[in-house]
Design a protein around this ligand. Sequence first.
Ligand code: GLU
Length: 285
Amino acid sequence: MTAMNYRGRLAPTPTGQLHLGHARTFWIAQERSRAAQGRLILRLEDLDQARCKPQFCQDIYEDLRWFGLDWQEGPDLSPPGEFGPYEQIHRLDYYRAVWAALAARRGIYPSPQSRRDVERAIAAPHEGDRERIFPPQLRPKTWNITTTPSEVNWRFRVPDGEVITFIDNQVGLCQYRAGQDFGDFIIWRRDGFPSYELAVVADDHAMAITEVVRGEDLLLSTAKQILLYRALGWAIPDFYHCPLVRDAQGKRLAKRDQALALRTLRAQGVTPEAIRQGWDLPVLG
Ligand code: GLU
């Protein structure tokens, strides 16, 4: 790959106001794209229609521009760019086709169990933040191939025991064991929408993203996503997971905490430069 081909992305979910953590991750994404003379795209991850609001989308564009971010493709540009549409809600037919490709390879299966059935089948109590592993005994032995996802959850069957290894450009060597660190994960939801994992892989592939820059809370998801790229026979992009910004109590920022929202800081007269000076940005490499 030559430097000219670099394509990065900003992928906010418009369910609330962006905070300092988003700003920092997106700034790093922009710096990395600029260093590689690449292109940056903005993609709205707006599949959760109950929680996504058009006003949040407008606020995102405004807050990001105020902060000094600039993208070359995105839903608010005219023309948006050749890899659009850049709102996930307008890409459902494409996700259904990706679902069908996975279903045809029998890499995914229908999983009609309720959350309660799954909880009941999990032998060990769930500790803290660790993933709940879908119990392998609930995998179906046989199922019919359908052409559209039926109204149940569909899960990706992980290769039990296999260690998924990748070198993250920020974190370094990462290793997660399928069946232990994560289990069969949801690909398609009973409500008719793809899961985050399916939509993000499908879009990063279709939008020719070469490096995914995002928060390190998604490292484990990356291992799952690598399995999806593999199952679909797609090239795996590079990854760069940024350390999370934490509040004074050490808790990671959430959209519900308004105090460190970019909007709040801006209304208080804080400048983007002052925000950036307060950061200890890692050396870009
Ligand atoms: N939309 C996700 C979020 O706002 C980011 C997903 C990603 O970058 O892969 O947390």
